[in-house]
Design a protein around this ligand. Structure first.
Ligand code: GLA
Length: 382
């Protein structure tokens, strides 16, 4: 409750009405990086790092936003892209409602939370989904969580300029406590699976590196995947890399750029790994899950080329530590976090090894985030 009190107190100090409260989480992804925009499978889960929203209509046409974490305010009467980076996540989500014929009266909003920005655990999706969920509730729009995930994804495309897939927004809205989501990003069919870690846990190491490449590199990678699909579809029934086989890629290897070829090989292998990871989880085989995580990292480093020296180093340190079953870069790449599957009793030793061995020219000190798997975006009653 304390966490919600922060936004509630800030709201009542500044505005006169009584707000409604909402919570919207970040996400981790067990496996399946860059498979979502190739219509493949992913295995994410919502976590206990959240953005909290206090919101109430204000009988005007003005939208007043207060970001507690950045200590900044933004007011506007127009729903259009702005110079303020963070306000765009809110405005972009509102624009999706407007496109669907919803009139949004003026409102006051205070939000803030504990999802680190730029760490690759989807603080932006948390904000987009929280905004949509809150307005969907307040205005009784009746959009489903799947529709809201699609709208939040569009907000990211149109207002943040990142041509992302649907994994983050879907996970944020559909997460459930202690459950992993297996999502088919083509059909959007999904199932929830209990995560039994039996003495192990996922810990994130934040490299604190946020590369300028994160959004431009993402869009380039996506375009390279599309190039591979164009080549493959000239001879095979391939609509997205999800449909391709390694043999088909070999057959058309000379018809695409070396970059597109590498990206295609990685995506096809990664999609197969997600399915193997599901079997491993089902069988309680965490050793196998760990192997798959390391293999994903190798793929992200050498095939998709979306890792970076700092996160490679974090993963290399993890490889040397006792009790670490798997480690890999998580999320879009080019910085952010590694996700590590570590035995409970080795957690401290693992953290000590990272602190001791991680070296960057800028002498960044990595931070650790121990996550619990938690519920998706929801309204909170105090
Ligand atoms: C980012 C994007 C997602 C997904 C991942 C990589 O988080 O927002 O859609 O593509 O990168 O798996």
């Amino acid at each position: 409750m304390l966490a919600y009190n922060r936004v509630l107190t800030a709201f009542t100090n500044r505005f006169s009405s009584q707000p409604l409260l909402f919570a919207s989480p970040g996400r981790i992804n067990l496996l399946g990086e860059h498979t979502d925009h190739n219509e493949g499978f992913v295995l994410p889960a919502a976590i206990d790092k959240e953005v909290h929203f206090a919101i109430a209509f204000n009988n005007s046409q003005t939208y007043n936003f207060v970001s507690l974490d950045l200590d900044q305010t933004f007011s506007t009467e127009t729903i259009a892209p702005s110079d303020s980076g963070w306000a765009n996540y809110l405005l972009g989500s509102m624009a999706q409602l407007v496109k669907r014929g919803i009139e949004i009266p003026g409102f006051d909003l205070v939000f803030g939370g504990d999802i680190p920005i730029g760490a690759g655990i989807s603080s932006s999706a948390a904000i987009e989904c929280g905004m949509l969920f809150a307005l969907n509730t307040l205005l009784n729009c009746g959009f489903s969580t799947v529709q809201m995930a699609q709208m939040a994804q569009k907000a990211e495309h149109e207002y943040a300029g990142v041509n992302c897939g649907i994994m983050d927004q879907f996970a944020v809205l559909h997460g459930e406590r202690d459950q992993v989501i297996k999502l088919d990003c083509r059909s959007l069919q999904y199932s929830l699976h209990p995560l039994k870690l039996n003495g192990y846990r996922f810990i994130l190491c934040d490299s604190l590196v946020t590369h300028a490449l994160a959004s431009s590199g993402y869009n380039t990678r996506r375009a390279e995947c599309e190039e591979a699909v164009r080549a493959l579809s000239s001879q095979f029934p391939v609509q997205a890399l999800r449909d391709a086989t390694p043999q088909q890629i070999d057959a058309l290897a000379t018809q695409m750029s070396p970059e597109a070829l590498k990206r295609a090989r990685y995506v096809v292998a990664e999609n197969a790994r997600v399915l193997q990871a599901c079997e491993a989880l089902e069988a309680g085989d965490l050793v196998q899950l760990g192997h798959l995580m390391f293999a994903t990292h190798d793929g992200m480093q050498y095939g998709f080329e979306a890792s970076c020296a700092e996160v490679d180093q974090l993963v290399d340190i993890a490889r040397q530590c006792q009790g670490v079953l798997g480690a890999r870069i998580m999320g879009g790449g080019f910085g952010g976090c590694s996700i590590n599957l570590v035995a409970d009793e080795q957690l401290e030793a693992f953290q000590a090894a990272v602190i001791r061995d991680y070296y960057t020219p800028r002498r960044l000190h990595p931070t650790f985030i121990v996550t619990q798997i938690n519920d998706g975006t929801h309204q909170v009653s105090l």
